[in-house]
Design a protein around this ligand. Structure first.
Ligand code: SF4
Length: 327
């Protein structure tokens, strides 16, 4: 089980230390690697050994020779690293960093769904628990979902879970009729079409760029739809100088670093007047928690060995197909 010692998460750090230097020192002493998702705060992205999207983090975890992996992201990302590296210590600064999308797909219900469709190939988005991956044939991320779906013959019957928006989007661009699990990410679902269109009036030259976890009406008004990595790459390659960004606003940190001459406008959610859309789970990780996590080597991710042995197969399959496709 994954235990977070009571009170550990808010343990204070010594007042006299320089956090960045202390984290750096601990990382070297313990032969640890810090992997951070693009949705982490800028200070965590800046100190990480590697910043990436879900595919890149899995690829990096599968190759590292570090003794300890500190995954600055959410729980399922730590689990993915642990599944790939069962003999390494995998830490996540705050185990409360969950994911509404992974939670929308409870393993027993998904396993029953799969059992009821025995002639279907099961494709699961990486945003799932280890137990869901254990009943999956191949895992995908938003970076490789289309290509992996395309790698199956047209007549293959496919279950795609858990994100209905990504599934609908992949169906629309591949002409498939995959059977979709009815899950969603609360962050990507709450962008407001009206507010995005108002922003477009204010910034008529801006491109609307969108993650495929967003709802279809947002996708339809977008100039570019892509994974986190694809969105970042697009902003560097596009001639445009302004972008309305419909995804978690943490990615803007990297977009700005790579394109200091361009303007990035976070698309607003529908339930707030603020111009940001942050995943509260991702933002649970802080520099203080990262320091304590390295210092005490807690909280640690555990995955049941039998589940791990099953779940590693669809992840490896994803990594192999991605390598063949040059992703
Ligand atoms: S942004 Fe959505 S999909 Fe990503 S970790 Fe947060 S809740 Fe999960």
């Amino acid at each position: 089980m994954n235990d977070q010692p009571a009170g550990f998460v808010n343990r204070p750090v010594p007042k006299d230390i320089h956090l960045r230097e202390a984290i750096d020192q601990l990382r070297k002493e313990k032969k640890a690697v810090i992997l951070a998702h693009y949705y982490q705060t800028g200070d965590i992205q800046d100190i990480a050994d590697f910043v990436g999207d879900s595919l890149a983090l899995a690829q990096w975890a599968s190759k590292t020779d570090a003794d300890i992996i500190v995954l600055c992201g959410v729980h399922f990302m730590g689990e993915t690293a642990k599944i790939l590296c069962p003999d390494k210590k995998v830490l996540v600064p705050d185990l409360n960093a969950g994911c509404s999308l992974a939670d929308s797909c409870p393993a027993p219900a998904f396993a029953e769904f799969v059992k009821n469709h025995p002639d279907h190939t099961v494709i699961s988005y990486v945003n799932t628990t280890a137990a869901v991956k254990a009943v999956t044939d191949v895992v995908v991320t938003s970076t490789n979902a289309k290509q992996i779906v395309d790698s199956f013959p047209k007549e293959t019957k496919i279950i795609f879970g858990p994100d209905r928006n990504l599934g609908n989007y992949i169906n629309s661009i591949t002409g498939r009729e995959m059977l979709l699990w009815d899950g969603a990410c609360h962050v990507h679902e709450k962008f407001s079409l009206e507010k995005i269109l108002e922003l477009k009036k204010q910034y008529p030259d801006a491109e609307i760029i969108t993650h495929p976890e967003c709802k279809q009406p947002i996708i339809e008004v977008s100039d570019f739809v892509g994974s986190t990595a694809a969105l970042i790459k697009h902003t560097s390659q596009s001639d445009k100088k302004q972008f309305i960004v419909a995804t978690e606003s943490g990615v803007i940190h990297d977009m700005r670093k790579k394109n200091p001459d361009k303007e990035f406008i976070p698309a607003p959610p529908n339930d707030s007047t603020c111009a940001c859309n942050e995943c509260e789970f991702m933002r649970l990780n802080t520099m203080e928690k990262l320091y304590n996590c390295l210092r005490y080597e807690l909280p640690e991710i555990y995955v049941d060995r039998k589940v791990q042995e099953k779940a590693i197969k669809p992840i490896r399959r994803m990594l192999e197909i991605s390598e063949q496709l040059g992703l």
